[in-house]
Design a protein around this ligand. Structure first.
Ligand code: ZN
Length: 169
């Protein structure tokens, strides 16, 4: 935790993280953290029921952070006010006012190895989305499933982690 935000009940889902100070566009908000796991380790954890498939954050090809409690509390929004830079740095995409929920677009970090996940008897994680944004896509899914226009917006502005930038630019 830091003094930029606090955890409160969210209209989007469950608890969320809300700005307790004004945050300027481009400002670092937080470094998402958790145990570093390979895809194989994540699959094992999910298959053993000790992990929800929604919780790991992909930070590199087949590398994930098994997010800690605070890090996994940031909600998804299809029109987010923050993004992931580098591997796990959460940065403000616009000015954020006090009391505003801090969100990022989960799809910008999703490029899972589908073959490996299928071979392990699982399907790619997706989630119905009802985030309330005007441009809500109705589903949270892999980066490659975003419209070309939306992909371009994220890539051109570098609102994605490095491994997505390398793959899609
Ligand atoms: Zn949405």
């Amino acid at each position: 935790m830091n003094d930029l935000f606090e955890i409160k009940k969210s209209k989007i889902a469950g608890n969320g993280i809300f700005a307790s100070k004004e945050i300027k566009k481009g400002q670092t908000i937080y470094f998402l953290s958790g145990e570093l796991c390979s895809l194989d380790e994540i699959i094992k954890k999910v298959n053993n029921g000790v992990e929800e498939p929604s919780d790991p954050l992909e930070v590199e090809n087949e590398e994930y952070l098994d997010l800690d409690e605070t890090s996994r509390t940031f909600n998804h929004l299809c029109n987010p006010n923050a993004f992931i830079r580098g591997r796990n740095e959460l940065v403000a995409l616009k000015n954020i006012t006090i009391g505003e929920e801090i969100t990022f677009d989960y799809s910008t970090t999703m490029n899972d190895n589908e073959e490996k996940i299928k071979a392990a008897g699982r399907t790619l994680w997706t989630c119905k989305c009802n985030c309330g944004a005007k441009n809500c896509r109705g589903i949270i899914n892999q980066f490659k499933t975003l419209s070309k226009k939306r992909q371009e917006f994220y890539i051109k502005n570098m609102y994605v982690p490095d491994f997505i930038l390398r793959k899609f630019k």
